[in-house]
Design a protein around this ligand. Sequence first.
Ligand code: NAG
Ligand code: NAG
Ligand code: NAG
Ligand code: NAG
Ligand code: NAG
Ligand code: NAG
Ligand code: NAG
Ligand code: NAG
Ligand code: NAG
Length: 889
Amino acid sequence: MEINPLLLFIHLPLSLILMLFASTLAAEQAGFSSVKTDTEALILFKKTIENDPKQVLSGWKLNKSPCTWYGVSCNLGRVTQLDLSQCNLVGNLSFSVFASLDMLTLLNLSSNSFTVNSTSLLQLPYGLKQLELSFSGLAGLVPENLFIKYPNLVYVDLSFNNLTGIIPENLLISSDKLEVLDLSFNNLTGSIANMKVQTCNSLLHLDMSGNHIIDSLPYSLSNCTNLKSLNFSYNLLTGDIPQSFGDLTSLQRLDLSHNHLTGWIPSELGNSCESLVELKLSYNNITGTIPISLSSCSWLQVIDFANNNLTGPFPDSILQNLGSLESLLLSNNKISGSFPASISSCKKLRVVDLSSNQFSGIIPADLCPGASSLEELRLPDNLITGQIPAELSLCSQLKTIDFSINYLNGTIPAEIGKLENLEQLIAWYNGLDGNIPKELGKCKNLRDLILNNNYLSGEIPVELFNCGNLEWISLTSNGLTGQIPSQFGLLSRLAVLQLANNSLNGEIPRELANCSSLVWLDLNSNRLTGEIPPRLGRQPGARALGGILSGNTLVFVRNVGNSCKGVGGLLEFAGIRPERLLQVPTLKSCDFTRMYSGAVLSLFTQYQTLEYLDLSYNELRGKIPDEFGDMIALQVLVLSHNHLSGEIPSSLGQLKNLGVFDASHNRLQGNIPDSFSNLSFLVQIDLSNNELTGRIPSRGQLSTLPASQYANNPGLCGVPLPECQTGNDQPATNPSEDGANDGSRASSSSWANSIVLGVLISVASVCILIVWAIAMRARRKEAEEVKMLNILQASHAATTWKIDKEKEPLSINVATFQRTLRKLKFSQLIEATNGFSAESLIGCGGFGEVFKATLKDGSSVANQEVNTVELPGGQGIHGRNGNFGEDQP
Ligand SMILES: *[C@@H]1O[C@H](CO)[C@@H](O)[C@H](O)[C@H]1NC(C)=O
Ligand SMILES: *[C@@H]1O[C@H](CO)[C@@H](O)[C@H](O)[C@H]1NC(C)=O
Ligand SMILES: *[C@@H]1O[C@H](CO)[C@@H](O)[C@H](O)[C@H]1NC(C)=O
Ligand SMILES: *[C@@H]1O[C@H](CO)[C@@H](O)[C@H](O)[C@H]1NC(C)=O
Ligand SMILES: *[C@@H]1O[C@H](CO)[C@@H](O)[C@H](O)[C@H]1NC(C)=O
Ligand SMILES: *[C@@H]1O[C@H](CO)[C@@H](O)[C@H](O)[C@H]1NC(C)=O
Ligand SMILES: *[C@@H]1O[C@H](CO)[C@@H](O)[C@H](O)[C@H]1NC(C)=O
Ligand SMILES: *[C@@H]1O[C@H](CO)[C@@H](O)[C@H](O)[C@H]1NC(C)=O
Ligand SMILES: *[C@@H]1O[C@H](CO)[C@@H](O)[C@H](O)[C@H]1NC(C)=O
């Protein structure tokens, strides 16, 4: 099979002919292995392919040299490389078909849908150097003698397959040339603690992440002194991080996150710091303090120690040498001590996340210009005191500031307005006072302004409405005065507006109806007067705006009992431990329950309406607008504790998604519209303390609710209240949807009166018909729109508030800490919590269950995060409902 070297000196055309001739001759003389056997092997392979959607093999024909075939590379007339990656080929494969390709050095079959048994790996050609089989459908055990049989292998990627069983202890023995081994995201189990390693000088990258490997980390790896990256993340490893990892002096990336490791971070790791770029130990049970030895890791770019049990003060001095640091992620630990002022030494630092720790002291004023690359500064749920330093405005790249749940006081410095890139200003639950600085209006990129539960006063500055990108404004539970500026109507991306529990007065500006993205409007507990604008909350023709509020973490809390006003609260909850809610004193007084949290994603349809409307505890007058019946996506409608009068519009019966309707403590009159019987998702209705009359519709949900929800309406009767006394008066009132007739006197009507009444009704009917005919025309167009909405909604409807299997009615009342939410749909919330399944429960206790949800943002990554979240709770799951199980896209 050797080529005669003389041939290389002959002219080119001749050489080709001669070469073919010579090699064929040579092969025939040798009796095997030639371009002919290569061709046969490849044709055999082609025959095992059942489906070739991209038609890549269609050119694999015998009349052409295989060296011209798709994916085939040759050297000196022999096939040396086969790259059929990303071809989506389907078929039952055995690697034995390739056995005769004895010059093959590279085989790349990644991203295909084969069915292939891993035992046939041992039938690959001997000379193979690079083997890439990720996403290829490989199943079975890892062959123990793989590297003994193939000593030339340099690069082996078997990731994202279905390799099962244990990783053989001797796998790496005599892998003298191996540089890269990737077994990540398979189904490997067992222990690697005793993995044998001899000379391991060549290994550079070892990745076993995403398996089910148990037991402790292999100490022997410390012999692989040239290792550059080591990834054991997403396994079930226990025990300590071996001190001997400090011997890996070439290590650049160490990822041990998402395991069950315990013990301390070995200070010996500082020895390998010459080269370390990434150190990820998040989501373990690592205890102790952060070793000072890390200060020598001057190349470190990423420190991720989040979600461990680290304690002690952060050794501030270590940052002084970490000039390359870009991310410092320490959230969810128990690190104490003062805020690490030395981050000002880290010129490249972009993300600082210290959420949910016990950092105390003040935010130093001199972070910048030192840390002038800073984009995210997240400190929620700590013990930080003092004021927000005006000098923070020198960190000109800042996009996210999150100081929620701390002890900050003083005013919000006007200088914050200099942060042109600022997107999120989140500082809820602090002691901030003074006005909302009008300079914030210069932050043109501001999306989230979340300052609820502070002591802010004064009026809402109109300058704010220069920030046309605002999506979420929460100023709930402050001391704001003045009117709600009509300029809110300029904010076309505003999705959540929460101004509850302030001292706002005046009327609800009808311009709010121009906020074409608004889904959440909470104005409860103010001093609002006048009538409710009829068009409020209906935004016909709203455009689908991409990405509004997506990717943020929220908690929705609903309360039970009457300890707090309002319906429910949505809180920006990134980085905050759920337990922390229970410790917030003003929240303790609210009897809240059921928190659902997750990253928000929302998909706006073209026809958007409010989904959540709470106007309770104001001084509103007049009627409930008939137009509310058009808010087809509305799920929560709370109008209680106002001075509303007139009848309940029967159009509300169109609100097919309505789950909560509270109009108690008003002066409503007339019947409960019969159309309410159609509201199949209604799980809470409260009409008590009104002047309603007539029979409670017996169809639908209404008669199944507790009598207390109808109390103090002297004229109301029927289940669940006592039966109506005069049963025969009902037929007279029922046909009239208006229900305005005073039915109780019908029995005393004379025969003559009945005739007069009959005539009147007939005349009235004719008039109504005429008017109706005219109105119909005008309304047809609108009806079509509504119909479309209905259809759109129907696809989500099955998951909407349908918690009626729970006996406990949904009583939502959030008072003091209403939190804003992005355009969250309850349907999405419910989908996202997997129908309140165990996986999304993140805690439970005296206050009820805590669910974590990730709303479909199209991102399955987010779903993964849900799966890896700690679930401290685990019992008492209510509301599980088979209807919700189908949220997998
Ligand atoms: C195999 O193909 C994939 C996709 O084309 C590519 O990313 C990968 O680097 C290839 N592997 C080798 C070893 O060449
Ligand atoms: C491939 O194997 C599966 C079972 O492993 C079998 O059901 C299928 O019929 C096989 N297909 C071919 C073409 O052999
Ligand atoms: C692979 O083949 C071996 C022997 O031929 C067999 O024992 C094993 O069950 C097969 N594995 C799979 C996953 O089909
Ligand atoms: C992986 O292999 C195991 C055992 O051979 C089998 O039970 C399982 O269904 C396979 N999973 C996939 C996704 O093929
Ligand atoms: C992993 O293996 C187990 C048992 O061998 C099997 O039940 C499971 O389906 C496999 N998982 C995947 C993702 O293949
Ligand atoms: C490291 O390699 C040496 C031989 O080079 C061997 O004697 C020793 O046992 C190995 N250490 C471990 C932990 O495997
Ligand atoms: C950490 O330890 C606690 C208590 O021992 C345990 O409940 C929890 O699951 C552990 N978490 C991880 C990520 O190992
Ligand atoms: C965290 O560490 C403390 C002591 O430092 C210990 O009491 C506690 O059990 C640890 N928690 C977990 C979850 O390991
Ligand atoms: C802020 O609180 C501290 C105590 O934590 C107090 O000493 C200081 O006077 C307060 N500052 C303002 C402006 O209220």
